[in-house]
Design a protein around this ligand. Structure first.
Ligand SMILES: Nc1ncnc2c1ncn2[C@@H]1O[C@H](COP(=O)(O)OP(=O)(O)OP(=O)(O)O)[C@@H](O)[C@H]1O
Ligand SMILES: N[C@@H](CCO)C(=O)O
Length: 323
């Protein structure tokens, strides 16, 4: 999709009065993204126009949103490049629009780098480490809502749609991940707020300069290593085969390690985490594919891409996290 909820400029003109942003003068639906309804919103205050992003949350409730929006604020205040939520005059970061939670955040400059090289991967790795460190004293807690508890819920919903081979892979990987998640090693991995969806399309670049991470709406508390694995599995792969590209992997991991050194436990849990990160997106893509929602525009992501990545990570040893 990306516009599940239709909103007109007229609707927003009345609604925006509760923000100190002046008048809404333009609104444009954004076609990419599959989770929320997003719009570029232009406001005019004292003759000056500014662009923001208006998001209507389709699947998240008012009880979960403070975690994401406060986290973005917390990180922005510590120099991590992320969109900053705009509070209403009453200090709320999130208010209803057409009965659904909605927020306005600052618009990041630049565009997504969909064909990243080592230089982009290094910038992402360094900012990710900075983000993990900056999140250490964030006071709110929410589990990763697409973590192992959700995998157990989603698996029975997708199993009827799978071939015998896919069923075997899914069942055996869930079994493997149960053992990993229950292990002492897993308990020793450093944890904190993580982005959990830091794909190429959730980072902005202006040339080689990283201008921000966005789309924090899958963030939660999990191991930092899981976040690194999600990021490596998207930024450092050959998209046709799912095979890791050594130069991009090294650039990302070395840049991360220089800011927040990996531990020996993380090295030991690295391959399991790469597998967990592949499983998480294979499963969510299967779930989205087989349980489509209404939308004005909808392009489901291809689950087989992550099935391929999962088979790759199972079959091949992970690259070293650090020398
Ligand atoms: N703060 C921002 N600054 C600039 N552009 C943004 C910002 N937030 C969103 N966008 C634009 O809106 C598009 C969709 O946003 P986003 O990825 O958050 O949607 P989504 O529905 O949550 O998608 P998905 O979960 O599939 O990534 C982005 O690709 C980007 O172009
Ligand atoms: N990044 C996810 C979409 C949800 O943000 C995917 O590629 O499956």
């Amino acid at each position: 999709m990306a516009v599940f909820t239709s909103v007109s400029l007229d609707d927003v003109q009345a609604w925006i009065a509760q923000f100190p942003l002046g008048d809404a003068v333009a609104l444009k639906g954004i076609a990419s993204g599959i989770e929320n309804s997003n719009f570029f919103l232009t406001t005019e205050l004292d003759g000056r126009r500014t662009e923001y992003v208006l998001t209507i949350f389709e699947n998240l409730g008012f009880e979960q949103l403070p975690f994401y929006l406060q986290l973005m604020r917390h990180l922005a205040m510590r120099g991590v490049l992320v969109p900053e939520p705009v509070p209403t005059r009453a200090g709320e970061l999130c208010v209803p629009l057409h009965g659904k939670p909605a927020a306005i955040v600052s618009k990041l400059e630049g565009s997504s780098q969909m064909a990243p090289g080592p230089v982009h991967c290094a910038a992402v790795g360094a900012m990710l480490a900075k983000m993990h460190l900056a999140g250490q004293d964030f006071p709110l807690h929410q589990p990763n809502l697409r973590g192992i508890a959700w995998w157990h819920e989603a698996t029975p919903a997708v199993l009827p749609h799978l071939t015998e081979q896919e069923t075997h892979l899914l069942r055996s990987e869930i079994h493997y991940q149960e053992a990993f998640h229950g292990s002492d090693l897993h308990k020793r991995l450093p944890q904190g707020p993580v982005h959990a969806d830091l794909f190429r399309n959730n980072v902005m670049f202006d040339g080689a300069r990283l201008t921000g991470f966005f789309d924090f709406y899958f963030a939660g508390c999990d191991t930092w290593l899981f976040d690194v694995a999600v990021t490596v599995n998207d930024w450092c792969v050959d998209l046709d085969t799912g095979v890791l590209d050594e130069a991009r992997v090294r650039a990302m991991l070395d840049a991360y390690h220089a800011v927040r050194p990996f531990t020996a436990d993380e090295q030991a849990g690295w391959q399991c985490s790469l597998r967990a990160a592949a499983l998480r997106f294979w499963l969510s893509r299967l779930y989205d594919l087989h349980r489509p929602r209404e939308a004005e525009i909808l392009t489901p992501h291809d689950p087989t891409h992550f099935e391929r990545i999962l088979r790759e990570r199972v079959a091949h040893p992970a690259p070293r996290l650090f020398a």
